[in-house]
Design a protein around this ligand. Structure first.
Ligand SMILES: [Zn+2]
Length: 761
């Protein structure tokens, strides 16, 4: 019954969508056919600005070109008469009236037929319509036939001029507006787009009432024959222009999110798109919200994913139509708020918070045993990601750091179905967050009344429920921000054309879910997860971070492509002791042959995003003593005295290798400004005429830090690391910034990303 209900719902929703969005233009045109006697003065639609007043969406004046078919036919008869008269005059030897420069003052076409065919050709060229469309308009029975909307000024002027040269007024233009998105794809799923009928998606739709303004009108009275009465009987109502939106979203932060999502999506061949949210953990203000791939709101109907577009290209015309409209709807959806997923182990943050709030966990004395597998009555065994013998005996902190499923099943059983469901609802996982964006979905969880032991077990580690990314990050934020479930928001304020703030969004607490003590506990446990498993979490030198990764089986999806079965995600926050930023990254259906653990796929992306965002937002690094001792060095300008260069390098903890026998440095490698690891070697070219020496980059991938050091000496190269600390046991190189085999100058710095493969989730 549920399946049938959802099918019917989907059909109704789909039909509504088709009528309201896809066929919008058709209905609009039908309405325009009835347009008599009143001329619309379109309101100027409001602009959308980012947090720094950069323009994300704006309107410009364009034109609607229309024909009055009745008048056109009258004018054609009149034109024929004028041509006949000119010919008659010509036979009588009467010349047409001339201008001072000798040209004919009132030019006429060769014939009415020639005029019509020229008009059809010109209009179809300039307006992007067919000649048949023009022909149909000429024969229309009404007084108003729109030829084309959203026409740029130059094309509108060209077609007007063509009619006006023969004193014909049956073709005319009306002012209209066109929406431009100067940042193209950036934040498209948040901003949305418009049709001639107003906002269709995203903020454009949600705040349409503010953005649209109110069109003005000039209404003129008509006589019984439908002819307009003189001007004095008309009345004009001025347009009220739309309000402007100022977002909390920052274009630069958004760019970082999208750039790194794209890299992840391509590297791991993510089949069901990726998304990321960066939010203020204390207020719910959204700094960035991205879905990749997205679309270009300047041309929203075009399929943006080139792979999909090529697939559609090869289909039959009938199938093309169906598939294209499916893909359009898919690419417009903001994955962060409209799609649900199994959160996997990230959900353990919620289970833990509930258990702490109920005082069911003793951090010091409790022990959670994992044998690698648990078999519940009448069910198939449930495995830990660490197969038998499993994790063994663990404290709560170890169980969380290990992300041990059997331990969390135990915690779930301590809570019981009623309390588990209570907290599921308290954390807002079965309700909309209330974010100011349209089409938000809600999570689905088991009711306590019908929840089995197995349901409770798998729900406790995030596998039995489906929630939206925005629900996940909002509930996680509540767990770490003192217990406050917030209402996230994208718009900071709305300002009218006179500069008055007509709407202001602020921190809105929906409710307090857990106590600040519980929140303190879970926050410090999550920081310890990062410290204890730096290889599987985001670590950035100088910043304290708490986080939890998740790898879920996407059981709620119909089967994806082969080997793509997982949702890989990560949610982290910083500063760890007083979180201001919280970040979620989700890769939905990465190619499992390449990688599918949250710690492998999503963690590096979250790290790359924060590495860009933190300095941009003005967060300064605070290094620990160990970090300070091993801090990377920026290579200075060294040209001049060789002895002075050597002294400078020594002071920085760098080695100097002179090339040639001169006493003056004329060039250096690495070049000035390069960041490299402490202990790197700088090659100093002296003035004895030596050429620069080159080497070749070896394949560092899977090398341990010791092997890397040997290779660097052998190849005369330097390195700088990111990812897992090189001091961590089992750290190996996962990727390198310069491809193996590339010839480079000696001393070149290769960026190496380290990772720890053991015990991933
Ligand atoms: Zn385990």
């Amino acid at each position: 019954m549920t399946a049938i209900f959802f099918l019917l719902f989907a059909l109704v929703a789909g039909n509504f969508f088709r009528i309201s969005v896809i066929q919008n233009k058709k209905f609009q045109d039908m309405a325009n056919d009835q347009h008599f006697g009143a001329i619309t003065i379109p309101a100027h639609r409001g602009t959308i600005y980012d947090a720094n007043n950069a323009t994300l969406a704006k309107s410009a004046t364009v034109y609607r070109v229309f024909l009055d078919p009745q008048l056109f036919r009258t004018e054609m008869e009149d034109l024929q008469k004028r041509i006949d008269k000119r010919e008659a005059d010509s036979k009588k030897g009467i010349d047409p009236v001339k201008n001072e420069d000798g040209t004919v003052k009132y030019p006429l076409p060769e014939s009415v037929g020639k005029f019509k065919s020229d008009a059809k050709k010109l209009l179809s060229e300039q307006l992007g319509i067919t000649e048949q469309d023009v022909e149909d308009a000429m024969n229309d029975e009404y007084q108003y036939a729109v030829l084309q909307s959203q026409v740029e000024k130059q094309a509108a002027d060209t077609v007007l001029e063509f009619f006006n040269q023969y004193l014909l007024t049956s073709l005319d233009v009306e002012e209209d507006t066109k929406r431009y998105y100067p940042q193209n794809e950036l934040a498209a799923s948040v901003i949305g787009f418009t049709s001639s009928n107003g906002g269709v998606y995203g903020l454009e739709a949600y705040y349409d009432d503010y953005l649209a303004g109110v069109d003005g009108r000039t209404v003129s009275a008509k006589d019984s024959n439908g002819n307009e009465l003189p001007y004095r009987y008309s009345k004009t109502y001025a347009a009220k222009n739309g309000d402007d939106l100022y977002l909390t979203l920052d274009m630069n932060i958004q760019h970082y999110l999208e750039k790194h999502l794209q890299e992840m999506t391509e590297q791991y061949e993510v089949a069901n798109r990726s998304c990321a949210i960066l939010m203020n953990a204390k207020t719910g203000a959204i700094y960035g919200m991205a879905t990749y791939p997205g679309f270009d709101p300047n041309d929203p109907y075009e399929i943006h994913d080139q792979r999909v577009a090529a697939e559609i290209e090869n289909m039959s015309e009938e199938l093309q139509k169906v598939r294209k409209s499916q893909e359009q709807e898919y690419q417009w959806k903001n994955k962060c708020i409209t799609e649900v997923y199994e959160p996997g182990s990230v959900f353990k943050v919620i289970t833990s918070s509930a258990a702490f709030e109920e005082r069911l966990i003793d951090l010091t004395n409790d022990s959670f045993f994992c044998s690698g597998s648990v078999t519940l009555d009448g069910a198939a065994p449930i495995n830990c990601h660490k197969l038998p013998p499993g994790h063994g005996a663990q404290t709560f902190q170890q169980a969380l750091t290990n992300s041990c499923n059997p331990a969390f099943m135990n915690i779930g059983f301590r809570l019981g179905t009623e309390k588990f469901s209570y907290y599921f609802d308290a954390f807002g996982l079965r309700e909309r967050t209330g974010i100011d964006l349209p089409a938000e979905s809600v999570g689905i969880g088991h009711d306590s009344s019908s929840m089995s032991e197995v349901d409770l077990a798998v729900d406790s580690f995030g596998q039995g429920e489906t929630i939206t990314p925005i629900e996940m990050i909002t509930s996680y934020a509540a767990a770490i921000n003192g217990g406050y479930l917030l209402q996230p928001y994208v718009v900071d304020r709305i300002v009218d054309k006179d500069g008055n703030v007509v709407l202001k969004n602020e921190r809105t607490v929906r409710r307090q879910v857990v106590s600040s003590d519980t929140s303190d506990t879970i926050r410090s446990c999550l920081e310890q997860v990062v410290v204890g498993n730096s290889g599987g979490n985001v670590t950035i030198k100088g910043y304290s971070i708490g986080g939890k990764s998740g790898t879920s089986e996407r059981l709620s999806l119909s089967p994806g492509p082969d080997d793509s079965f997982y949702g890989a995600s990560y949610v982290c926050f910083t500063p760890a002791d007083d979180p201001e930023l919280i970040l979620l990254v989700l890769a939905d259906l990465p190619n499992a042959d390449i990688g599918y653990y949250g710690s492998i796929v999503a963690v590096p992306t979250a790290r790359d995003i924060l590495t860009d965002v933190l300095p941009y937002m003005g967060y300064s690094p605070e290094y620990s003593e160990e970090e300070l001792a091993n801090l990377d060095v920026t290579v200075p300008f060294l040209e001049g005295s060789l002895e002075a260069a050597k002294t400078t390098l020594e002071g920085l903890g760098l080695n100097a290798v002179p090339i040639g026998s001169g006493s003056n440095v004329t060039a250096q490698s690495p070049v000035t400004g390069t960041v490299t690891a402490k202990g790197s070697t700088v090659y100093l070219y002296t003035d004895s005429g030596t050429d620069s020496e080159t080497t070749e980059v070896p394949n560092f991938v899977t090398m341990t830090p010791e092997q890397v050091n040997d290779a660097l000496v052998m190849y005369d190269l330097n390195y700088v690391s990111k990812g897992a600390p090189v001091t961590r046991q089992n750290a190996v190189v996962n990727s390198q910034s310069i491809a193996p085999g590339t010839p480079v100058p000696v001393g070149t710095v290769v960026e190496l990303e380290f990772i720890v493969y053991a015990d991933q989730d």
